[in-house]
Design a protein around this ligand. Structure first.
Ligand code: NI
Length: 269
């Protein structure tokens, strides 16, 4: 049987949560056949750490960067200029996480919207996909994406909306990325979404160090736990984990095009 191969489409492994045992966390990625982790830089320090991780493990890590809506008030103009300039960098595969977060900073709605739209436009200019963060702002997020269409792909990261909203985002070309919450016992809506979305619009993620799946819920998350997410989605859909992970690999490749296919990657017996 072919070995299962997993993808984490969204993680913050540059976080200080990994300072003590970083090497072990990386080793567990290889041990668990995590073939790709998309590292998200939310500021200049996390971007630089992510880029140096990518340099050391070029096939394992991709790097994404963007102004996070939750922190929009804290970026200096200098930070913004540097980050926007990085969008052109060939090592950056995606612009994110961008979007709207009304949970922490409802008073900054207008500024968040302005920066969200600006970053979609820049992503279109540099011909890269976008990765969306949305918290308590689903209708406004949808309205902006509908009006300002990302032209090179879009991923709804850690999607927490309803089946109906997932269908609407898919209609405008967004992929849906699911993480730890699908594994939670009482998470009715994430499980419904995991069953409903077409397989070719699905991605798996961890959002490490946050949103830790069962059986480690409450502890620090890490990208190797994406296997629990993928296994649960496969179980919910009544398909093999292999069919699920193969679809995720194809989807990731379709939008990001960074998986290096070789003999080992093909269906060996
Ligand atoms: Ni994140």
């Amino acid at each position: 049987m072919a070995k299962l191969k997993f993808i984490d489409s969204h993680a913050h492994l540059s976080d200080e949560a990994y300072d003590q045992d970083f090497e072990e966390v990386i080793n567990r990625l290889y041990e668990n056949n995590i073939i790709k982790v998309n590292l998200i830089g939310v500021d200049i320090p996390s971007l630089n750490v992510s880029l140096s991780m990518q340099e050391q493990h070029p096939n394992l890590f991709d790097v994404t960067v963007g102004l996070h809506p939750q922190d929009i008030a804290y970026y200096t103009q200098e930070d913004i200029d540097i980050i926007f300039d990085m969008f052109k960098d060939p090592r950056i595969i995606c612009i994110g996480e961008i979007g709207l977060d009304y949970h922490w900073h409802p008073e900054e709605k207008e500024r968040q919207k302005e920066m969200f739209i600006k970053q979609i436009e820049l992503a279109n200019e540099v011909q890269k996909p976008v990765m969306i963060h949305c918290r308590e702002a689903i209708q406004d997020t949808y309205d902006i994406l509908k009006e300002h269409r990302p032209q090179y792909g879009c991923v709804m990261h850690a999607f927490s909306g309803s089946v109906e909203m997932a269908r609407e985002f898919i209609k405008i070309g967004c992929m849906i990325s699911l993480g730890g919450p699908v594994t939670f016992k009482n998470a009715k809506t994430p499980k419904e979404v995991a069953i409903d979305i077409p397989l070719d619009y699905l991605l798996t993620e961890t959002d490490s160090p946050y949103l830790t799946p069962t059986p480690y819920r409450g502890k620090r998350n890490e990208s190797s736990y994406v296997k629990y997410v993928a296994t649960e989605i496969a179980k919910l859909r009544g398909i093999s984990v292999e069919a699920l992970t193969e679809a995720v690999i194809q989807n990731y490749q379709r939008i990001f095009k960074t998986i290096k296919y070789n003999k080992e990657m093909n269906h060996e017996n």
